[in-house]
Write a protein that binds this ligand. Structure first.
Ligand code: GLC
Ligand code: CA
Length: 556
């Protein structure tokens, strides 16, 4: 492998922290930067290399920080710039890199730019956003994710015009057509890089180029608006400019949140020769099993393990020669990994959490691991809409109610996939409020915290937590898991994901049973020429036990 191809972000395990829910230091019920500082040694003990923090910039929190009102200051609830500097230094002292979340498709409506923009049609900030003058008639339909009417245009009386908001009404879309706006974003990003921040995850970056002047949606995109939003005409021009003017000047990493990307076009973003971004993550896996994506309605039986496998393989192979992939099974927009892809019943929760951890840390691509999954935290499954805090759930509920839809079905679907399932506070110990806060938590804590918590798992060699640590050490000790090729084995197997990773003289075979039954596979390496190295059961007996994951070294 040439030195040129080696990059720290290819070798890293990324640990994502949702700051609101990690640790509250001052008793207001909201996690904060000082809370993260308190837990730096815990973070270090995991063995991870990079922390990605969800947005920490000033925000009125309509969408928990994804509505930024000032890109160069810290959200009041999270602390101060001094806290931030201490946090960054504390991470760097421990050899951990810090990646922040850039929300540049939209800002908050409380951002100074928008406040100015809406004042008059000739305000200098007018063109920082997308406006449609009312005298041109009703704007062409655009779907909004979080709007109570699913309408992405909001009429604003002050200037008799509509503004575009693909997310909530408080998240107006920024106008990247305007070079001044682009420079403002670049300046903000430089500000953080100059402080020493190690990269950015870029929120819905695929949506930044709009189809101005907003025509009717072409018929082929009917119902497929995500795709349409992600194929704006100037998208790659912007990303190349961003790279040229800012990103290329620092030793940092970038990862696109890539809704609407496909294996056919993802290299346009991450082929190094194009000088855009380093990595991207797709939505094909998380979209599995939806019967209505826009309304977030699920058909729990509406997907097969076969499809799951195909998607992982297809996305892996897209980067076989160029670019670099990512693997993840959950984040702040999705349910808990064990509840969605494993089995969170008492019988199988531990073993299937470890199984998923094994899978994530042995596939090709940079793993993104969501905080709390290292404990096997589970979905909270609220029964009442009042318990939800997420604008997406709350507004979809209202939309479905207005339309006279089936609210019961919606609530059942939310138990499976609502974003708040993955946002409940981290379960530190068995003390009141799971040791997360001394106050009232902003979102209910899962009542299983007395059983599932970090303190309880710390001293238990067999815990999910210690397994995660072991898997990370194992990955680091085996470069084949990072730079090795990937070959898929026993492909038709309906229960087992099996693959081999090879680099130079090393060959590692991984067998993962995704079912609650024993499973056989013809991918088991010859016992006389292989060695069982690690897994979530003490041994391998020839058949895979329920949710067993087994790793072997094999002769080539
Ligand atoms: C991304 C974020 C999500 C947010 C949305 C709007 O999908 O991950 O949490 O609500 O963008 O910014
Ligand atoms: Ca707090």
């Amino acid at each position: 492998m040439s030195e040129l191809q080696r990059k720290w972000w290819k070798e890293a395990v990324i640990y994502q922290i949702y700051p609101r829910s990690f640790k509250d230091s001052n008793g207001d019920g909201v996690g904060d930067l000082r809370g993260i500082i308190e837990k730096l040694d815990y973070i270090k003990s995991l063995g991870i290399d990079v922390v990605w923090l969800n947005p920490i910039f000033a925000s009125p929190n309509d969408d928990n920080g994804y509505d930024v009102s000032d890109y160069c200051s810290i959200m009041d609830e999270f602390g101060t710039m001094t806290d931030f500097d201490e946090l960054l230094a504390g991470m760097h002292d421990r050899g951990i890199k810090l990646v922040l979340d850039l929300v540049a498709n939209h800002s908050s409506d409380e951002h100074f730019w928008f406040q100015e923009s809406r004042k008059s049609r000739d305000n200098p900030y007018r063109d920082y956003y997308h406006w449609w003058p009312a005298e041109s008639g009703t704007p062409p339909t655009r779907w909004s994710f979080f709007d109570v009417n699913a309408d992405a245009w909001k009429y604003d009386e002050q200037t008799d015009a509509y503004y575009l908001h693909i997310f909530s009404q408080k998240q107006p879309d920024l106008n990247w057509e305007n070079p001044k706006l682009r420079q403002e974003i670049y300046d903000a990003v430089r500000f953080w890089f100059d402080k020493g921040v190690d990269g950015f995850r870029m929120d819905v970056i695929t949506f930044i180029s709009k189809d101005v002047p907003f025509k009717e949606l072409p018929a082929k995109y009917d119902g497929n608006f995500v795709q349409y939003y992600a194929e704006g005409p100037r998208l790659h021009e912007y990303l190349q400019e961003f790279n040229r003017e800012v990103l290329s000047k620092y030793d940092i990493m970038t990862v696109a949140e890539g809704p609407g990307t496909m294996t056919e076009n993802v290299l346009d973003f991450v082929d190094a020769d194009r000088h855009e971004l380093n990595m991207s993550y797709h939505f094909d896996i998380s979209n599995l099993g939806h019967k209505d994506l826009a309304k977030k309605l699920m058909d729990p039986k509406g997907w097969s393990f076969r499809e799951f496998k195909e998607i992982f393989r297809k996305w892996d192979e897209a980067f076989a020669d160029k670019g670099w992939g990512t693997v993840y099974l959950g984040n702040h927009d999705f349910p808990r990994m064990v509840s969605r892809w494993g089995n969170d019943t008492p019988e199988f929760r531990k073993v299937s959490s470890k199984m998923l951890t094994t899978f994530l840390l042995t596939m090709r691509g940079t793993p993104y691991y969501y905080f709390g999954d290292e404990l096997g935290m589970t979905n909270i499954r609220f029964d009442r809409i009042e318990d939800y805090r997420d604008i997406m759930t709350i507004n979809l509920h209202r939309l479905i109610e207005t339309e006279g839809g089936d609210l019961n079905e919606f609530m059942e679907s939310q138990k499976l996939i609502a974003r708040d399932n993955g946002r409940t506070p981290f379960q530190w110990d068995a003390s009141p409020n799971a040791g997360f806060t001394t106050g009232t938590p902003w979102l209910k804590i899962n009542s299983n915290y007395k059983k599932i918590n970090a303190a309880e798992q710390e001293g238990d060699e067999d815990s999910v937590l210690n397994y995660f640590r072991r898997m990370i050490r194992f990955r680091k000790a085996n470069p084949a898991l990072i730079y090795g090729s990937a070959e898929y084995l026993d492909w038709g197997n309906e229960s087992v994901f099996a693959y081999a990773r090879e680099l130079d003289d090393a060959k590692i075979v991984v067998l993962v049973n995704f079912t609650d039954k024993d499973a056989d596979t013809n991918a088991v390496p010859d016992a006389s020429r292989s060695e069982y190295l690690l897994g979530n059961y003490p041994e391998f007996s020839g058949r895979l036990k329920p949710y067993q994951a087994a790793i072997f070294s094999a002769e080539k």
